[in-house]
Design a protein around this ligand. Structure first.
Ligand SMILES: Cc1cc2nc3c(=O)[nH]c(=O)nc-3n(C[C@H](O)[C@H](O)[C@H](O)COP(=O)(O)O)c2cc1C
Length: 191
């Protein structure tokens, strides 16, 4: 049985809310690329953004396809995350083969996904005047979410019951990450 469990797109803000480092992926006419992006977050219940610099190869694929994947690599693929964030497909057309990643095909997603992530979200690019902004942000509406049910199920994170290698990554700079820490729950505030 698959460990991936479908989640509610209208609650996808809860996934983005922990501010973890992401991988952003896109594909156009069979040309696939993923890059690391630490600067990504929530802008509505089912809408998110990522800062994707204009010269990145992934950005060209997002602009051509009108779609992108935002996913949350776990500590188990920290080396691969660093490679995806250090090699550009502008320089290395075989980037994907050189980053030691495994791709998986998940029903309902338009492109292959990088194995080893805690959650996978597909977005359709929102085209409005704010998309062409000087900060190189790309905005998207979430159309599908699945998560690794060992760390996120029924629309809630629960890292403390899972092995440490499934913790999300939180990037500082220059190869320095934190894996997410202990949770604190105040039950009187509900869920
Ligand atoms: C951990 C990490 C986080 C990064 N975050 C961002 C980011 O938020 N936005 C961005 O434009 N580039 C970011 N980068 C840089 C890109 O991932 C990197 O330039 C990548 O090689 C671009 O690949 P591409 O040209 O194949 O798309 C990050 C790199 C690392 C290692």
């Amino acid at each position: 049985m698959s460990i991936l469990q479908e989640q509610d797109v209208l609650k996808s803000y809860r996934i983005l809310g922990i501010g973890a480092t992401t991988l952003i992926g896109a594909q156009h006419e069979g040309d696939l690329d993923y890059m690391a992006a630490a600067w990504a977050g929530v802008c509505d219940y089912d809408k998110g953004y990522a800062v994707v610099a204009g010269d990145h190869y992934t950005r060209k694929l997002i602009e051509k396809s009108g779609k992108f994947i935002l996913c949350y690599p776990t500590a188990s693929i920290v080396e691969q995350t660093m490679k995806l964030g250090s090699i550009s497909k502008n320089d290395d057309p075989n980037k994907m083969e050189h980053c030691d990643i495994e791709l998986i095909n998940e029903p309902g997603f338009s492109i292959p996904l990088v194995k080893g992530c805690a959650a996978y979200l597909e977005y359709e690019v929102i085209k409005d005047q704010h998309s062409d902004n000087p900060y190189e942000m790309i905005f998207g509406k979430c159309v599908r979410v699945v998560s690794d049910s060992r760390v996120y199920s029924n629309n809630h994170w629960h890292f403390d019951q899972a092995p440490d290698e499934l913790r999300t990554l939180h990037y500082v700079a220059g190869g320095h990450f934190f894996a997410i820490g202990k949770e604190i729950i105040l039950p009187e505030y509900g869920d």
